[in-house]
Write a protein that binds this ligand. Structure first.
Ligand code: ATP
Length: 353
């Protein structure tokens, strides 16, 4: 029997409410399949922890996390702690030290949900965003504060290794899922050094995988195509900034934040990967018991796929879709009046049969 050791970081706001339901679903799965079990440990490293201890996680936090097979992360953000601290002292150290250089976001219109685009064709693709370098580097600076010549510089970092490994991941993902096309999001006509370099390396990898079709669009045109013909994409490969923006556009066309999952993946598996809903701590609805747990439950499903259990991922997704089609247990964000707990329990019950 396999034992998956999962660290759960519920975080702030609705994080604890939705991770509780995701854990409920994991335990339901373990009940119906004797081939594995979960060892789940909750680590309350959140904004309250910061207020109590002056840091977002213990000094040996990364050492502790390293011992787990995977991390299920809720959401972080609390008005009592500046975002800069909660993000840069907790999320970023995990992503960077654990070399989670892939940010993985499915853009799939689940059965039972309506897209604001009112499209007939299924929308089902993934965005693979470079998660460790690119435009989101902290190399740069400002000069001449308060003077008319005041200036700011922020550097984009593209490395051969970074671009190669994210592109190889995209092609590997396409191959493993029988997909036939990779789309490169670029802007090499205007960002003539960094994005040209990006394109050059992406295309080296594309050439080595020439049985899979390759296309390249400038990011502005691609944003329009996401709205006009989202059904034409399978795997969209993007730099850190472009992927960030496209991901939110992607989640908007398939049902919104309540149903948008993501993974921060370390493909070498040297370190644990981290799975989290795209949404934040949603302070406006925290404590009301109405947050949609589907994004978090789907993120747990992505975690299982990464752990090698695509069958379990598919089971969870099927249960979610059944629930959405029935429309009996939906939270207010997608037109129902159910509570977070009712949705989690309904999905768990579907799995239990
Ligand atoms: P943060 O800075 O932590 O990202 P935010 O408020 O800017 O916080 P979100 O927390 O993602 O962003 O919330 C944006 C909006 O979406 C809020 O109105 C929130 O209530 C809603 N929302 C987010 N997640 C969910 C969810 N799981 N279920 C229902 N509504 C949600």
């Amino acid at each position: 029997m396999s034992t998956y050791k999962i660290a759960v970081l519920p975080g702030d706001g609705i994080g604890p409410e939705v991770t509780k339901e995701a854990v409920k679903v994991l335990h339901a799965l373990a009940k119906i399949d004797a081939s594995f079990e979960f060892e789940v440990e909750e680590l309350n490293w959140n904004s309250q922890y910061y207020l109590d201890h002056g840091r977002m996680m213990p000094e040996n936090g990364l050492e502790v996390l390293k011992e787990y097979d995977s991390i299920l992360f809720g959401a972080i953000g609390d008005e009592r702690v500046p975002d800069q601290i909660s993000i840069w002292d907790l999320i970023m150290p995990i992503r960077k030290n654990f070399q989670q250089y892939v940010n993985f976001r499915p853009v799939k219109l689940l059965k039972g949900l309506a897209s604001p685009l009112r499209k007939e064709d299924p929308i089902d693709f993934v965005i693979i965003r470079e998660n460790g370098e690119g435009e989101y580097s902290n190399i740069g600076g400002t000069m001449f504060h308060g003077e008319s010549r005041e200036m700011a510089v922020q550097n984009t970092i593209m490395t051969r290794q970074g671009v190669t490994q994210i592109t190889e991941f995209a092609y590997r993902y396409a191959r493993e899922h029988d997909l036939t096309k990779v789309t490169n999001a670029t802007k090499s006509n205007a960002i003539i050094h960094a994005m040209k370099f990006w394109d050059q390396i992406v295309e080296e990898v594309a050439e080595a995988n020439s049985d899979i079709a390759y296309e390249r669009y400038y990011i502005d045109a691609l944003a329009a195509y996401f709205v006009q013909r989202p059904e034409s994409f399978q795997v969209v490969l993007a730099s850190n900034l472009f992927g960030d923006i496209l991901s939110d556009l992607g989640s908007a066309i398939v049902g919104g934040l309540g149903v948008a999952p993501s993974g921060n993946i370390n493909p070498s598996r040297e370190f644990p990967s981290m799975f989290e809903a795209v949404h934040g701590s949603a302070p406006d609805i925290a404590g009301k018991g109405i947050a949609n747990p589907i994004a978090q439950i789907w993120s747990a499903a992505l975690m299982l796929e990464h752990l090698g259990r695509r069958d379990l991922h598919d089971k969870i997704l099927q249960a979610i879709e059944e629930l959405l089609v029935e429309k009996k247990h939906l939270t207010p964000d997608i037109g129902g009046s159910a509570t977070t707990e009712e949705v989690g329990s309904a999905i768990a019950e579907k799995l239990l049969g």
